[in-house]
Each structure stands twice: as C-alpha cells, then as structure tokens.
Design a protein around this ligand. Structure first.
Ligand code: SF4
Length: 374
C-alpha cells in the first residue's frame, strides 16, 4: 500500500479532534507509554500538552541518548545549481520569484572545488542540492555530482527534485547514501495553492517519492514538512504517519526527520500559519516520543541561540557554516542567487564548541558505510 492511500484515510476532520479535544489525562497517558499510537501523538501536540513540556523534554532526552548516545553528526549542504523551472511561492529559487541575481549550474571542476573546500573544513557528510530544472540539471548530471562527491566524502545525500525509482537506483550506483525529500505540506489543497508550476506541483508523484528511493536501495530517507504552510499539528501527525509507513515499507533504510520552518519568504508570500518557537519545541518533543529511533536534523535556518536550546531535545544531526548558493564555499562572496538566508551564521568550529559544551560529541564521520562492508 502506498503512502498516498494511507494518508487518504487520515483527512483533517479525523486528525483535528486528536489534538483539539485531548485532555491532560490523555497527555499523561501518552507520556506513560513506550509505544505510542496516533491518538497519543495528537495528545502530545495538543494545547493541553503545553504544560507538560518539561516531562516531555526529559523523556525525549532519555530516548535520544538510548538510541543515539551523546553524539550529534555534522553535515553541510552543497548547492550545485540554482536553476529552477518550478514555481513554489515560498522559495527564492522559484522561476517566478522575480529575483534577478545570477543563476548557475556548477561544472564538474567547480563541484570538485566545492568538495575540496568542504573537505578542508572537516566535513565527511554532504547534502547535494539543486532546484527543479530536469532538462538542464539532469539525472545523469546529478549522478555525476554524487560520484565526484564520493571521492571526498564518506556520506553523500541529495535533496533534489523527485525522480523515478530507476533514477534513484542510478544515484545509488553512483554512491548515494541518503535522500532528503520534504513533502512541504501534506495538506493537498494547500499543496496545490503553493506549488503553481513544474513537476513538483504533482502531489501524487511527490508523496510516494521517498518510498521509491527506499525501494531503489537508498539507505537513509529524510522526510519533513515545511512548517508554516499549513497548521503544524496536522502536518506533524502526517509526518508521524509517513515515518511509521516508511519504517514498515522500507525497513532496510534508516529514517530521519527535519523540521524546516518558514522564517524568510519572498515578498509575494506571507506565512499563513506561523509556527512559534514553543510550537516547534512541542512538535519536536512529541515526534521524538512517537518515533524514538529516528534521526532528527536541524539546519541553520534556525537562529544560533534557539538551535543551542534544541540540542538536548532529540537532535541527532546539525548543519553548520552553511551556504545556500552554488559555489558558496570555494568562492565565498561571489554574488549568485541564494535559496534563503541562513540564521545561524557561526562557523563549524563555533558550532562544535557549543555541541561539546552541551555535553555531546560532534561526529564528522558516518560509520554506517564501514559497517555495510563487514
Ligand atoms: S522549492 Fe525547490 S522546486 Fe520549488 S522553487 Fe524552490 S528550488 Fe524550485
């Protein structure tokens, strides 16, 4: 059964009462369980759970240490193109964003320069990103970029447009380890309102993309909703459902969840469902209790001081020293279009110091691949 057919059974009308009508007794019951169901997740996302953030944080911290130890992996995003033929109204790369800044696609030698710059900063895990321009930034080009990056890094993941299973297989053959693919919003009517042009506007194709990647042998699947497009409680209930579905269907892949939150948007788009810091904290804690063995990624979209506070609440991977423009590491200062402004501008060394001060060990290397070969 595809996730599309699962989510159809969980419309808003069925999810809303789970968090709107939950009582303190429901929250306490969820907190007392090891294996939570969707009703429990709803209770933990409810207004009633707001006075239970402390016990939720204690449990989230304990579960994360049990499954991941006191470690936080470091990764860097590497944009190789800012071309995009899609129109997602919240994104600076959109073909209709009105941005006049330069758009480029890195040639192989420039990809190498980026890799050298990032490897020089100590990174062993990179996330390759592009917009959606499949005629110019083809599947073969992305596969070539993966193969180049594998010469420098132990772990290579992509956050690119959704592709067919055979294409994901081509990426795996080139050395791919992970696919990050956010549904942005699981709410189909909202999805249609914010994705106006391009293949990304096809909800049904995107929603099952992570599963196609899992079937193709991708070892780490990363999912999430772009918080702010629709109500965060429903989005996180759907993320929870999606996570459980992928754990069953793609049991050979590990799973991680990200919590991207819309902070800066182009002028033509205003965030409709603002997600406040306390909402994000509650959402992360609730999902950690629902999906205890899943990795949580935290990007530099969030401010430094807020990221520092989130470290003990279930985070297992962080980016640092990030650039969201192609060529942004080897040629810092070159003016090409960036996707969004990052909030946490600290260097990797500064982030490492903060992670250590919080009592965690920063991990540059991903050991999974070595275990693969045993
Ligand atoms: S979100 Fe992705 S597909 Fe949409 S406009 Fe931005 S880069 Fe293009």
């Amino acid at each position: 059964m595809s996730f599309k057919s699962v989510i159809e059974q969980w419309p808003v009308e069925r999810l809303q009462p789970m968090y709107r009508e939950a009582t303190s007794a429901d929250v306490e019951s969820a907190l007392g369980k090891d294996d939570l169901d969707l009703m429990d997740l709803g209770a933990l996302l409810s207004p009633a759970a707001r006075s239970y953030l402390e016990p939720m944080a204690e449990k989230a911290n304990r579960l994360t240490r049990w499954h991941f130890g006191r470690t936080i992996s470091l990764y860097a995003p590497m944009y190789i193109s800012n071309l995009c033929a899609a129109d997602c109204v919240y994104c600076g790369f959109s073909v209709r964003s009105g941005n006049k800044e330069k758009r480029i696609t890195l040639k192989p030698d420039l990809i190498r320069q980026e890799c050298e710059a990032l490897a020089g900063m100590g990174y062993e895990n990179v996330l390759i990103l592009t917009g959606e321009a499949p005629k110019a930034v083809t599947v073969s080009y992305i596969a070539e970029a993966i193969a180049i990056a594998r010469e420098y890094f132990n772990g290579v993941s992509v956050e690119v447009y959704a592709v067919d299973e055979a294409d994901y297989r081509q990426f795996v053959e080139a050395g791919l380890e992970g696919v990050t693919l956010y549904m942005e919003t699981y709410h189909q009517p909202t999805y249609g309102q914010v994705h106006l042009e391009g293949e990304k506007s096809v909800y049904d194709y995107r929603i099952d993309a992570s599963e196609r990647a899992g079937r193709a042998g991708v070892r780490n699947l990363s999912i999430g909703a772009l918080l702010g497009l629709y109500r965060w409680q429903e989005e996180l209930l759907w993320v929870g459902l999606h996570g459980r579905h992928l754990q069953k269907q793609c049991w050979q892949s590990s799973l991680s969840v990200s919590f991207p939150r819309l902070l800066h948007t182009p002028e033509r788009f205003a965030v409709r469902d603002l997600v406040r810091d306390a909402d994000l904290v509650q959402g992360m804690l609730a999902l950690r209790l629902f999906l205890p063995e899943v990795g949580f990624n935290l990007s530099t979209r969030e401010a430094a001081s807020f990221r520092d506070k989130l470290i003990p609440l279930g985070v297992t991977a962080m980016s640092a020293g990030s650039s969201t423009r192609p060529g942004g590491y080897a040629s810092r200062g070159v003016e090409v279009l960036e996707q969004f402004e990052i909030e946490d501008q600290r260097s990797p060394e500064e982030v490492v110091r903060v992670i250590r001060a919080a009592g965690y060990e920063p991990v540059w290397k991903n050991f999974d691949r070595a275990f693969d070969q045993v």
